[in-house]
Design a protein around this ligand. Sequence first.
Ligand code: SF4
Length: 400
Amino acid sequence: MKAIAEPAAATFASLRSSMAELRAGLPLSREMAIALLRLDDGLLPELLRTAIVLKDRFKPHCITYSRKVFIPLTTLCRDYCGYCTFRRDPGQSGAHTMSPEEVLAVARAGEKLGCTEALFSLGDKPELLFPEMRQRLRELGYSSTLQYLEAICELVLRETGLLPHANPGLMSAQWLKRLAAYSPSLGLMLESTSETLLHPGAAHDNAPDKVPAKRLQVLEHAGKLGIPFTTGLLIGIGETAEDRVDTLLAIRELHSRYGHIQEVIVQNFRVKPGIPMHNWPEPSHRDMLRTVAVARLLLGNINIQAPPNLTAPGYESLLDAGINDWGGVSPLTPDFINPEAPWPHLQDLARRTRAKGYDLRQRLPVYPEFIPAAVAGGSALLRSKLAALADDDGYAGRAA
Ligand code: SF4
């Protein structure tokens, strides 16, 4: 198929003609996508207009979000990502592995506030590095973090009206299958396919679980198993425009083979005190808009979300770039990954979304079109909970 050409000097006229071709259905080449990530600010509105057209063709009327509680099952992690403020070593202030009782207390409090998702975000396999974690797991009756997570997902599913979404780092095919029995969707941020981020001094130089090939393998295993899967990219951590496009293309290629990528998150790096990258510049808002728009152009009919709390104030502008989902938003728990960035109030989210011409609709952690896949891989308990929580359209219900 003919692909549109890269406008050598991106003039307004050449860009308009390229955008018209994209809206008519011609594919976006890698080279053109890279050029669009470097587009002059003055030409950005034309790119955004095209992204909106494609988004509205895909999901025209509503923007979704998942009302969640954030459960940091353990803050211990064997990796040391340069941008992370979440992870702890044993003995550090904030180092903690939650007990089942603590998890249930948070889940039940969230249930009272209408939450339908228990997001489990946690450090990657801390027991491989820390004897303290091995001891804690022994006390709890488990031999690995994933085994404990599996039991906790089953507990929350059985005892509450919340559906787990587990995001525990690298998982084998066997663990993907086991967790999918109790978690209707699973997640792993690809972040970037760039190998240079593993180099000394770069964001992933001491993060053995961030080797791109290992993460791509998880996405591939999930695809072969047909598990609804959330992934995404983290922008502004030292990657190039080429890296961003290649990351999106890798996700698209896996989805084209297996059809299992339920959403792609475009997340922007936020600087925080105390992290190794505390002097690193954040990506600009326009850079974020350009990246979201290029993601929409490359990914077409794949759900795209961007977290509203990382683009405050004025987060509603992300809707202009073609997202169709706000991701998980909590009325109860902070964003433990970005504790400096509070979630917007749900009424504010609904108001700003309506002002852009869309309804805000609460979804489950699994998107409606992926519920059949979740049912196929789920336990009887998960199937019964999904049947109870999903409305006729597969959503959680209308937002306030
Ligand atoms: S980003 Fe995740 S894998 Fe990296 S250090 Fe933090 S918790 Fe660990």
